[in-house]
Ligand binder design. Structure first.
Ligand code: ARG
Length: 299
């Protein structure tokens, strides 16, 4: 396996000054904004360290004053096979990030870390990997829609990347991005929080994922934003977790690495959305197990 390459944003300009999801409490934050920003900076550094220790290379871009949520680069783009499909944000508070992330991605492209940058069709909203999760085992995208992203974006993702895209309707404002309630793991399991989905989407998940591979997050796990996790091999990096979840993942051979991300939970974000994988590759058609089987049959 080549080393995972993860994009992060320097947390120097992180802040909670507006509220575009129910987790964000600018008033609470303002009581000790300086202290909160300092602990956020430390928490971000701890996350970087945990990801590096898990075997990833980290590429850090600078933040921009006045765009505090740039610290969540998962929302910048959907990236697979060297192609980046740039996001379009729902709320004006985040729209300024689009030009900044585009510039950052053009830089990454110039350095050969990304091959191709694609824009969404005019008028369509989609918030990047936050609502577009690549499931490497199933070779498909899970695409969240409702609070932030438009349902029609799933078709665009399928076209741009040439992969199936399963839309999932998010049923609450609290779990406003798919990555807050859904996390495909490297072994094929999916950690998810069923109440975050409407009933049709819950059955779409059960249709595509075998029962023994579904790991149900509790209310507490969801409230701690532990589903918003980064899985690297058998290591799962997440916010401070409950013992039960650590035990459940441990039984399946995963090692949970916790980072105290409290200052980011106050913005509705945790480990996964503070990162963006730049190196994800789909399997070339010829190396997929079925393709091999078919070729062998023809001999
Ligand atoms: N405050 C940010 C927002 O509401 C948090 C984004 C977290 N990102 C994510 N993919 N869950 O947009």
């Amino acid at each position: 396996m080549t080393k995972p390459l993860i994009l992060m944003t320097d947390a120097a300009h992180y802040d909670v000054v507006y509220s575009i999801n129910p987790w964000m409490q600018p008033d609470l934050w303002a009581k000790d904004a300086l202290g909160a920003r300092r602990s956020a900076w430390r928490a971000s550094a701890a996350l970087t360290q945990a990801l590096e220790a898990a075997g990833a290379d980290i590429e850090t871009i600078p933040g921009v004053a006045g765009l505090p949520d740039m610290v969540f680069p998962a929302n910048a783009a959907v990236v697979l096979d060297g192609t980046a499909l740039m996001a379009r944000f729902r709320y004006p508070q985040r729209r300024g990030e689009e030009a900044e992330f585009l510039r950052a991605f053009e830089d990454l492209q110039a350095r050969g870390l990304i091959d191709r940058i694609v824009a969404l069709p005019a008028g369509l909203r989609h918030e990047g990997a936050g609502d577009g999760l690549w499931d490497a085992g199933r070779e498909l995208f899970w695409v969240g829609h409702g609070p932030r992203s438009d349902a029609a974006a799933a078709g665009v993702i399928a076209d741009v990347f040439g992969k199936p895209a399963q839309p999932l309707a998010l049923a609450s404002e609290r779990f406003y991005h798919l990555d807050t309630c859904f996390c495909p793991l490297s072994g094929g399991e999916v950690l998810y929080y069923p109440p975050a989905f409407d009933t049709r989407s819950q059955s779409a998940i059960r249709d595509r994922v075998a029962a023994q591979d579904l790991i149900v997050a509790s209310d507490e796990d969801a409230a701690r934003l532990c589903v918003n996790a980064v899985c690297i091999g058998k290591t799962v990096v997440m916010a401070k977790a409950a013992d039960r979840l650590k035990a459940v993942l441990g039984e399946r051979g995963y090692r949970v690495v916790e980072v105290d991300l409290a200052p980011f939970l106050l913005s509705g974000g945790a480990a996964f959305c503070m990162t963006l994988r730049l190196d994800l590759k789909s399997q070339p058609a010829a190396s997929r197990p079925q393709a091999v089987a078919v070729r062998e049959q023809h001999r």
